[in-house]
Each structure stands twice: as C-alpha cells, then as structure tokens.
Design a protein around this ligand. Sequence first.
Ligand SMILES: CC(C)(COP(=O)(O)OP(=O)(O)OC[C@H]1O[C@@H](n2cnc3c(N)ncnc32)[C@H](O)[C@@H]1OP(=O)(O)O)[C@@H](O)C(=O)NCCC(=O)NCCS
Length: 170
Amino acid sequence: MGTPIIRPFNESDLPGAAAALVSVHATDGYPVEGVEDPEGWIQSPHVQAAWISESDGKIVGHVSVMRPQGEDAVAMWQEQSGDNDDHVAVLARLFVLQEARKHALGEQLMRAAMTWAQGQGIRLVLDVMTKDTSAIRLYQRLGWIKIGETTHTFGDDQHTDAICFVAPEA
Ligand SMILES: CC(C)(COP(=O)(O)OP(=O)(O)OC[C@H]1O[C@@H](n2cnc3c(N)ncnc32)[C@H](O)[C@@H]1OP(=O)(O)O)[C@@H](O)C(=O)NCCC(=O)NCCS
C-alpha cells in the first residue's frame, strides 16, 4: 500500500467509496443495511461533511458527519446536555477496507471529523453495534464517552444491540 492521505470527500469519489463500502459489507457485515444502494447510503442529503482516505488513487476509507435524524444517541445526549439540534451531529459511515487496516486510517478519519466539528461548535455522537469491536476500541481510545445503549432495528424486523457514544469535550 502506498502512503495514504486523508482529504475531504469530492463528488467524484462516490463510485470508489461505494465500492469500498460493498467490500467492507462483505468482510464485516457493516453496514447491516444500505448496500443495495451504496452510493445513496454514502451520499445522503443529511451529510454535513465527509472525508475519505485514499491510497494509490484507490479509496480505502470513509467517514461522514450527518445532521440529526431522530437517532437515539442524539436524544440521549440532548437529554443529558441540553444541547439542541444545531449543536449536535452524528458521526457515521466510518469504514476502512480490510486490507488497509491497522495503519491508523480509522483514527485519522475520526480526527478529521472531530476537528471539523469542534471548529463548528458541534458535539458529535454516534452509535455502534456491539459486534463492531474494533470500532468500539477506536472510539474509546480517542476518548469518546458511553452515554447509553440502544437496539438497532433493520431489514425485516431484525434487531441488534448498539452502544451510544459522545465525543470528548473540545
Ligand atoms: C473500525 C475501523 C474503521 C478501524 O479502522 P483502522 O484503520 O484499522 O483503525 P486504526 O488503524 O486507527 O486502529 C485499528 C487498530 O490498529 C492499531 N494500529 C494503528 N496503527 C498501527 C500501526 N502502525 N501498527 C500496528 N498497529 C496499528 C490500533 O492501535 C488499533 O488496534 P486495536 O484493534 O487493537 O484497537 C475498521 O476496523 C472497519 O472499517 N471496521 C468495519 C466497519 C465498522 O465497524 N465501522 C464502524 C461503524 S460504527
């Protein structure tokens, strides 16, 4: 692998990011939904900002920050903090191709999103399925704080346990 870079997402990154997503779904079962339309899942109208990791011209990682859409993590944090929708956003769509892992790309993508949010005066929250243990370790290593637990419902009435986190204070 060449030396990867982290940079803001461009519209022309969509096919490459979608291909990476389909690959991560095959290796990790993430996401549990959305791979029927990977481009639509990545380029949601609710995205406020997004970044990719690129290596030798190939997209190997992605993360986005999204406006609240009624997520449990948002409600939990708003109840605990009193913050309103203008000051909370959701870190989402974090993935790194299996072949590019353990080179701190996940960490750098997280730091890009966290730095951006701090600059906007926005507190980030997220939810992560309990099965995604690498991601949970990453969030904890970066100082994210558990704010509660929830159940993620998807597909044909399927359920999976998830943990809600808030980013550390700026
Ligand atoms: C979670 C995920 C994004 C992490 O990506 P990553 O690029 O491997 O992340 P990092 O490299 O920053 O950290 C991963 C591990 O590599 C280690 N690492 C980082 N740089 C390293 C290096 N130079 N040498 C050796 N190990 C290194 C980290 O310490 C960490 O170790 P751990 O697993 O024991 O905690 C990736 O595993 C993934 O895409 N998972 C599937 C999708 C998913 O779960 N997304 C989250 C949804 S909420």
